[in-house]
Design a binder for this molecule. Structure first.
Ligand code: ADP
Ligand code: ZN
Length: 216
């Protein structure tokens, strides 16, 4: 059983790597960004989620922690999981300690210029959720989803103003988690130094770390 956190700035590749590792490990990827996006139409909390997500700000801890707690109670999370996008604040990390034990934190270290280029060229399929990148993960036909033929869109929070805001928030609120987990002795850093590193190369690195640490 392995419980992994993917840590890193937006656009570092957390989701891209997590969704490729999950089938190899036989455990689910749990993305709080996806959990929150799925609740955007909720009559009670949908309005709050939309307001924060669209501006690139963090959704209030209470809402995120509740959503995560519920998700972790599902059967498929009982044998381990990969967290993508959670925790993003010290508050959330402390709440997580009260819910479950984490084995390893994979810290994705990516230079800011790469992040900005990647995020602004990211496109998603509004229907099936597949992620593309106009620079290196292109759809076969321009701007059209390979899987379902839908026209791709740019997320509101991938637009330049929101990207700046998300990076600022990452430095203020999320980066302190690096030291938090370093002190606990479970932080492993994986560095990216060029924009077009094939995801499989990074996934292999992460899988070797899990093996070295005898977690798989
Ligand atoms: P990315 O990793 O590219 O920023 P995500 O899908 O993980 O994209 O997150 C999108 C948005 O969802 C965030 O900007 C934030 O508004 C919200 N969100 C996701 N996870 C959290 C979290 N753990 N705490 C607070 N807000 C979150
Ligand atoms: Zn699609």
């Amino acid at each position: 059983m392995v419980k992994v956190i993917m840590l890193g700035p937006p656009g570092a590749g957390k989701g891209t790597y997590a969704t490729r590792m999950a089938p190899k490990l036989g455990i689910p990827t749990i993305s709080t960004g996806d959990l929150l996006r799925a609740a955007r139409d909720d009559p009670e909390i949908g309005g709050i989620i939309r307001k924060y997500q669209d501006s690139g700000e963090l959704v209030p801890d209470e809402i995120v922690i509740n959503a995560l707690k519920k998700r972790l109670e599902k059967d498929d999370a009982k044998n381990g999981f990969i967290l993508d996008g959670f925790p993003r604040t010290i508050e959330q990390a402390k709440a997580l300690e009260g819910i479950t034990n984490i084995n390893v934190v994979i810290n994705l270290d990516v230079p800011e210029e790469i992040i900005i280029k990647r995020l602004s060229s990211r496109r998603i399929c509004p229907k099936c959720g597949t992620i593309y990148n106009l620079l290196y993960l292109k759809p076969k036909v321009d701007e059209i989803c390979d899987k379902c033929g839908t026209k791709l869109i740019q997320r509101d929070d991938d637009k330049p103003e929101a990207i700046k805001e998300r990076l600022k928030i990452y430095h203020e609120k999320t980066e302190p988690l690096i030291d938090f987990y370093k002190e606990k002795g479970i932080l492993m850093t994986v560095t990216t130094d060029r924009i077009d590193v094939p995801p499989e190369e990074q996934v292999d690195k992460i899988m070797s770390i899990l093996k070295e640490k005898k977690l798989i």
